[in-house]
Design a protein around this ligand. Sequence first.
Ligand SMILES: CSC[C@@H](O)[C@@H](O)C(=O)COP(=O)(O)O
Length: 351
Amino acid sequence: MSEELRTVWWEADAVCLIDQLLLPHEQVVVRCTTPELVAHAIKSMQVRGAPAIGCTAAYGMALIALQSQAETVPALLADLEAGKVMLDSQRPTAVNLAWATDRLLTKARQLSAEVATPQALAAALLDEGHAVLNEDLAMCHAIGDHGAPLIPAGGRVLTHCNAGGLATAGYGTALAPMRTAFAQGRNIHVWVDETRPFLQGARLTAWELHQAGISLTLITDNMAGYMMKSGKVDCVIVGADRIVANGDTANKIGTYSLAILARAHNIPFYIAAPTSTIDLTMEHGDLIPIEERSEEEVTHLGGRMIAPVGVRAAHPAFDVTPAELITGIITERGVVTAPFAEGLRRVKEGA
Ligand SMILES: CSC[C@@H](O)[C@@H](O)C(=O)COP(=O)(O)O
């Protein structure tokens, strides 16, 4: 993705997004002028990727405040509480969504004693939305700085789904170490898993890397084991939707299989994510809610049915990789390695 193309931004009283359902063939901007349109964009995956969902939800909370008819600050807080519940319910696995709405609500509660009017509070929440976006971009660049040295000399990285600029405020999480290494003049090659059924790899990661001039080869998900066994993969780097206290990590369905394959072939397996994706309230990965999406996203491809009529399909959108399969978790505050509990607490608390 070019530096100029933004994923999420605020413009003319609306939350604006690049419609990721239409990429790479069309670059269409969606203007979410109501909280309901923000919710729809998250649910339908016009915007997707944990940090980008978080940025969108932060602006969604600001939009709720700006459009509220509340005449008092306590009444506005009640609207924001209801709005948070509505936004959080759109996608359950990516913790950045609830993290962002929580941050905006907490800010509103803190300011409620100081501001005189709902309008003043709403203006402050829009500033907080901007802060969430700007911080996410800075975190992605820091992840790139910490992650680039971990890419082995061969420079051949396998990634899954899209954890690039489109999945964040820009620059990406899993793609950040590759971008930084490439900018440093290193020889990088990326194996891009197509990522069935939504094809985030084929449509989005391939597009971003291609635009950036980074060498890539698209593979179908079931080719990863072959590539590893053939000695063509030096490390795996993927993003995360939720990292819990013991290091277990939810990410796009298929990530767990890759981690097993990487372990079997003695290949380092890294997670790259900002600390906003760390959820210390959950002890282990079995507690993470896994989003179930529609069967149609599996039975159909590009609008065409590929399965016989009447055949049922399963569609868990995420899986959980146990911490013991993870070599390291690359955050904006450094790389956490096993045992994860202590290190994750340290980076989450900012120490
Ligand atoms: C920086 S994005 C990290 C994760 O959100 C990403 O790897 C992923 O699984 C995205 O899933 P998606 O269903 O496309 O939102």
